[in-house]
Design a protein around this ligand. Structure first.
Ligand SMILES: [Zn+2]
Ligand SMILES: [Zn+2]
Length: 422
């Protein structure tokens, strides 16, 4: 499991050749991690493997950051810029249905419910790829300009307790960058929506912000046959929900930037002929612009309180931010496109449309210029539009994505470092 000994016998290869040479090792790491997935905040085995690998490479990893996070800095032999590269380590409460020989059979509990655990988002691949990148960069460290911090992050998918700080934000809050100020941060994600061999990115906003919103409507309980004697929170909740959809269609410039506001839960009452005291709605808000996000939340709050007021009810809106929008630094993205093309082939670099999913890499990209790209994971012969998406119990990673992801990350990294800090 441990990497090759650093230095001496390691031949310095171009990025793609380095990644191809690491193919068997990447696959072994990834299959082992895949078979032993760990939920966010519980990545102790994964973190131990990562730290052991980094130590075997001659690095001195810091462990226990934000719970189970690991980070190590490689100092190149020449002066140059500082770069942070991040991989996320956590799995999801999903029972695997891929039928792979190394499929997960791990069971755990999540928010009080018994669950299967699966690397259904492909973070096993991210860990393997960054272990491979670290190994390849250590092999060429004597001629490497600058410094690289390898960050293995826990809990990208969010904490078990929604009130807890987690993941990238918590690593930064715990002082990850106190002694290391990067000039840029890179990250990648294996992606079922792209064919294996393809690499996707977009300058500017790529992924949405994600907020969980919780709306409570307090009315007054009464018999269902005499609504005038109470205040019906269900009707108010329905009006507020429709009001939010009208607000997005009529008040937001969706030609400038899209917004999605979805309710995933609407809970109220216990019986057909009793109007209850309270209704509870829970949902998610997605935006691509911090100012638009603030504006939509303010309008949502106004709609909720005004509809409630009109009915004699009260409304309380709570919004919990899970991740800001992931916005690629435009100059950096333009500068690195040729490197992606060299690694993947020009015809395989895809200009992505906006994706309404979210990613907490955005916290790094909000701290320093960020570059985040997607690595195709769906095998030839399967339509990526129909392939089981990330988070599906049938999410299937074509393992060629390991080599492709490592080659692309290594190429953008070495070109960034060799070009110097701009
Ligand atoms: Zn995910
Ligand atoms: Zn993910």
């Amino acid at each position: 499991m441990a990497g090759m000994a650093a230095g001496a016998q390691a031949e310095v290869l171009p990025a793609t050749a380095s990644a191809q040479a690491a193919q068997a090792q990447l696959q072994a790491w990834r299959r082992d991690l895949h078979q032993h997935p760990e939920l966010g905040g519980q990545e102790t085995r994964t973190a131990a493997i990562v730290a052991g690998h980094l130590r075997a490479l001659g690095l001195t990893p810091r462990t226990g950051i934000a719970g189970t996070g690991v980070a190590a800095v490689l100092k190149g032999g020449k002066p140059g810029p500082r770069l942070l590269i991040r991989a996320d380590m956590d799995a999801l409460p999903v029972a695997e249905e891929t039928g792979l020989p190394f499929a997960s059979t791990v069971r755990s509990s999540y928010r009080g419910q018994p669950v299967g655990v699966m690397h259904a988002c492909g973070h096993d691949a991210h860990v393997a790829i960054l272990m491979g990148v670290a190994q390849a960069l250590v092999a060429r460290k004597d001629t490497l300009p600058g410094e690289v911090m390898f960050v293995f992050q826990p809990s990208e998918e969010g904490p078990a307790d929604p009130n807890e700080d987690f993941g990238a934000h918590r690593m930064l809050a715990e002082g990850l960058l106190n002694d290391f100020k990067p000039d840029a941060a890179f990250g990648l994600h294996v992606w079922a929506g792209l064919q294996v061999g393809q690499v996707g990115y977009k300058a500017g906003p790529l992924l949405a912000s994600a907020d969980e919103w919780l709306l409570t409507i307090d009315g007054k309980q009464t018999h269902g046959s005499r609504p005038w004697e109470g205040v019906d929170p269900i009707t108010v909740g329905a009006q507020v929900l429709l009001g939010t959809q009208s607000m997005i269609a009529r008040q937001i410039n969706i030609a400038q930037t899209p917004v999605v506001l979805t309710a995933g839960q609407f809970n109220s009452g216990v019986r057909f002929n009793i109007i209850p005291d309270q209704a509870n709605l829970v949902g998610t808000l997605r935006t691509f612009d911090p100012a638009v996000r603030e504006d939509v939340i303010a309008r949502f709050d106004r709609i909720a309180s005004d509809y409630a007021h009109a009915a004699g009810a009260t409304a309380t809106l709570k919004v919990i931010n899970q991740a800001p929008a992931t916005i690629n630094d435009v100059a950096l993205a333009q500068r690195l496109r040729p490197a992606l093309e060299r690694a993947a082939g020009a015809a395989n670099v895809v200009d992505m449309p906006l994706q309404t999913i979210a990613e907490d890499f955005s916290h790094f990209a909000n701290t320093v210029p960020g570059f985040y790209f997607l690595v195709g994971a769906t095998s030839e012969g399967i339509d990526p539009a129909k392939a089981p998406a990330n988070h599906s119990p049938k999410f299937l990673l074509d393992e060629a994505a390991l080599v492709n992801g490592m080659a692309a990350m290594l190429q953008v990294t070495t070109e960034f470092l060799e070009a110097g800090a701009h």
